[in-house]
Write a protein that binds this ligand. Structure first.
Ligand SMILES: Nc1ncnc2c1ncn2[C@@H]1O[C@H](COP(=O)(O)OP(=O)(O)OP(=O)(O)O)[C@@H](O)[C@H]1O
Length: 353
């Protein structure tokens, strides 16, 4: 059992709280992204799991064993960092074999393991090269090979792809998922890139100011953000606020918004979030279907990007709205046009403002 359990972990630096009360579980063999803005505590949490940083209080267990006071070396963790932390004076084989040598694994046993790790990252013939003779992507593959060669219980990745250019990054994302699936390693991946988090992981945990504010499967968290921060951090969202009446939200201008979810009691204030791709633009006077919300708005900006368009609109009450549309139905709308936005009540998610 190589699951990771973090219980009520807190960390301060000086008087500043960096992690407040973190409790989370990383299931065996799962790939979890820790997602959050700069300074939210992602790296600190990863370093506490690795053992580089001791928590002020709380516990970390790996495979059911409490490791809170176990030194880094004895935790058998594989780590890859953002910068290519390869030893420049060692060749690829020596770099990958470093952790094995420290564990007293040498000779043919070491050579076999190194060869297998380099095969896993698809660099089987690169053993004799020096890091200088590798591209950025290849260096990160070597770093990954070095992290997995010791057959760690957990793989911790701290923004390992962020120094790569876009194309290489996408290639490495595919590789990373393949390697994780093939190795079955419980993997925790720190990123501030929301698309990367959604597309790579089985689960995402969103951090804000030292707290995990929401975690779940990528689709769960994306489709049902609980707070405004989660809705904004993981993608784009339109927010509408008003007063609850008869299980709908009445906006300031009197228009009603229905939601597929529970709302507070009548008379209370409520906010809903709607993803820009869930909204469709129809003609100014076309009627919406049953079960759909509709709102009249004026187009204030259009970004034409070939296959897709991004519209910015202004609602009657002055709210700014965003709509993502496929370039499919006739001519794009123009700035200044008054249109009707329609979307499903089921895509209208109440949030804590
Ligand atoms: N050794 C340290 N001493 C003092 N403050 C620290 C130390 N390490 C981290 N911090 C502070 O803790 C906070 C969280 O840092 P952390 O690196 O965990 O955030 P992060 O979410 O990983 O951010 P980024 O995406 O920028 O790497 C920051 O405000 C940082 O300045």
């Amino acid at each position: 059992m190589t699951n990771v359990e973090v219980k009520t972990v807190a960390k301060h630096y000086g008087g500043t709280p960096v992690l407040t009360d973190i409790t989370c579980h990383f299931a065996e063999g799962s790939f979890t992204s820790l997602l959050g803005p700069s300074g939210s505590g992602k790296t600190t949490l990863l370093r506490i799991i690795a053992g580089f940083v001791a928590p002020d209080h709380g516990n970390v267990a790996i495979g059911g064993k409490d490791v809170t006071h176990t030194p880094v070396r004895a935790r058998n963790i594989g780590m890859v960092f953002q910068s290519y932390a390869l030893f420049p004076h060692m060749n690829v084989n020596q770099n990958v074999g470093f952790g094995l040598a420290r564990r007293g694994i040498r000779g043919s046993a070491a050579r076999d393991k190194i060869a297998r790790a380099l095969e896993m990252v698809r660099l089987p013939d690169f053993g004799a090269r020096s890091p200088k003779q590798l591209s950025g992507g290849q260096r990160q593959r070597v770093a990954l090979a070095r992290a997995i060669v010791t057959e760690p219980t957990v793989l911790l990745l701290d923004e390992p792809l962020s120094a790569l250019d876009r194309r290489l990054r996408q290639e490495m994302q595919v590789e990373l998922v393949r390697i994780q699936r093939e190795s079955g390693l419980t993997t925790i991946f720190v990123t501030h890139d929301q698309e990367e988090a959604l597309s790579l992981s089985d689960r995402v945990a969103i951090l804000d100011r030292g707290e995990i504010i929401q975690s779940g499967r990528p689709a769960e968290v994306y489709e049902r953000p609980r707070t405004r921060f989660a809705a904004e951090f993981l993608g784009d969202s339109n927010f509408m606020s008003g007063t609850v009446r008869d299980r709908t939200i009445v906006l300031e201008d009197g228009q009603r918004i229905a939601t597929g979810f529970d709302l507070p009691s009548d008379g209370e204030h409520a906010t809903v979030a709607v993803r820009p791709e869930k909204m469709t633009i129809i003609g100014g006077h076309d009627p919406a279907s049953d079960g759909e919300n509709q709102l009249s708005a004026r187009v204030t900006n259009v970004i034409y990007a070939g296959p897709a368009l991004t519209y910015t609109l202004q609602g009657v009450d002055g709210t700014t709205l965003k709509v993502f549309a496929q370039n499919r139905d006739g001519r794009p709308r123009e700035t200044g046009e008054t249109v009707t936005l329609v979307w499903k009540a089921a895509d209208t998610v109440p949030i804590e403002a």
